[in-house]
Design a protein. Structure first.
Length: 351
């Protein structure tokens, strides 16, 4: 590191996956091909001490990244409809938007891994980030597929209309308020579900697999049992959509899809463990930051370090609003006031 930062050590990855069983080689080959491990073999990662300054990513760069890829995907849809003279059929639209979401998310995962080799990881003076265990690769890959192709099923069924194209059908004046509101409502349901998974004895066993890692990397977001996956991927988004509809805020498919992109970005980022101050993107963040209710990577990282027991906190995954309201916020360690270097921003690459 240079400039005002103290000289930091680096570590080189020595992690290598063992040879998988013969029947598992397809998923393992896909996993290695995607290059989304937290530490790439042969590359170095800086090791920071706790008092070292923490860099930051400006909010506008996170919005730029999400808006850019959203516009590309919507524009490609319009181009197809113009070229063939008809809109996508329901099945084609479902496959297109699910595949587009998966490709953009995987690209984002690779960018987070690249940034890890530049910025380093939280609590790196103690230990490196946890890699994906060899016996978990199959489950991780299947969970990724279900997240991209199962989560959209119910919202798509309720909201997609083949006579609507994205750009003219989106209520642009309410899109950004909808993103922030959707995140708050979804986080309310997730907060209580997540807190119950820690505090209700018979539910804790379903959350144990997710907490096998105390220093998770991005892909370990989807390390969960089937029961937990059902709530994460289907029940919580459905409750959010129904809650908004109940108060007269009915999201169309394309608006929901944008909101889901913001949620997915925050989910993966929250498990990235990067040593950077980058609040989960939300149009409401100026207010949230003023209240100390913005969510950063360290918040969920601290949650994971405490394991799957009852003595935990930071249950939200998009904001800290409900943790603040119900008194379950945990103290930050490295990203504390006065330790963020706002004079040295980090550029979030689009490509």
């Amino acid at each position: 590191m240079t400039g005002s930062y103290p000289q930091t050590k680096t570590m080189k990855s020595t992690t290598h996956l063992r040879i998988p069983p013969r029947g598992d080689q397809i998923f393992h080959s896909m996993f290695e091909m995607l290059q989304i491990r937290p530490i790439t073999p042969s590359k170095t990662v800086p090791i920071h001490q706790k008092p070292d300054k923490v860099r930051y990513i400006p909010q506008w760069q996170l919005h730029r990244w999400l808006v850019f890829y959203g516009c590309v995907i919507f524009a490609a849809h319009h181009l197809y409809a113009w070229w063939v003279g008809r809109n996508l059929t329901p099945l084609s639209a479902f496959l297109y938007y699910s595949a587009a979401h998966s490709l953009v998310s995987l690209h984002g995962l690779r960018i987070l891994c690249r940034l890890g080799h530049t910025l380093g990881y939280l609590e790196s003076w103690k230990r490196p980030r946890d890699d994906v265990p060899v016996n978990q690769v199959n489950r991780i890959m299947l969970s990724l597929i279900s997240m991209y192709f199962v989560r959209p099923i119910l919202p798509f069924y309720f909201t997609y209309h083949p006579y609507q194209l994205p750009l003219p059908s989106i209520s642009w004046w309410r899109l950004f308020p909808a993103i922030g509101t959707y995140s708050l409502v979804l986080d309310f349901w997730f907060y209580w579900y997540h807190r119950a998974m820690h505090e209700v004895r018979f539910l804790r066993r379903y959350h144990r697999a997710h907490h096998a890692s105390h220093h998770p990397s991005t892909l370990l977001l989807v390390s969960f049992d089937a029961e937990e996956g059902l709530f994460n991927i289907v029940v919580i988004p459905l409750l959010t959509w129904l809650s908004l509809r109940a108060v007269g805020w009915s999201l169309g498919f394309y608006e929901w899809w944008v909101c889901n992109g913001y949620v997915a970005f925050s989910e993966f980022g929250g498990h990235g463990g990067l040593r950077v101050y980058a609040p989960a993107p939300s149009p409401f963040n100026p207010v949230l930051q003023g209240l100390g209710a913005e969510l950063i990577m360290e918040d969920h990282d601290v949650h994971h370090r405490l394991g799957w027991g009852r003595s935990s906190g930071n249950y939200g995954k998009l904001t800290r609003v409900w943790d603040c309201v119900f008194g379950t916020c945990l103290e930050r360690i490295e990203c504390v006031e006065g330790n963020i270097d706002f004079d040295d921003p980090v550029a979030l690459p689009i490509f």
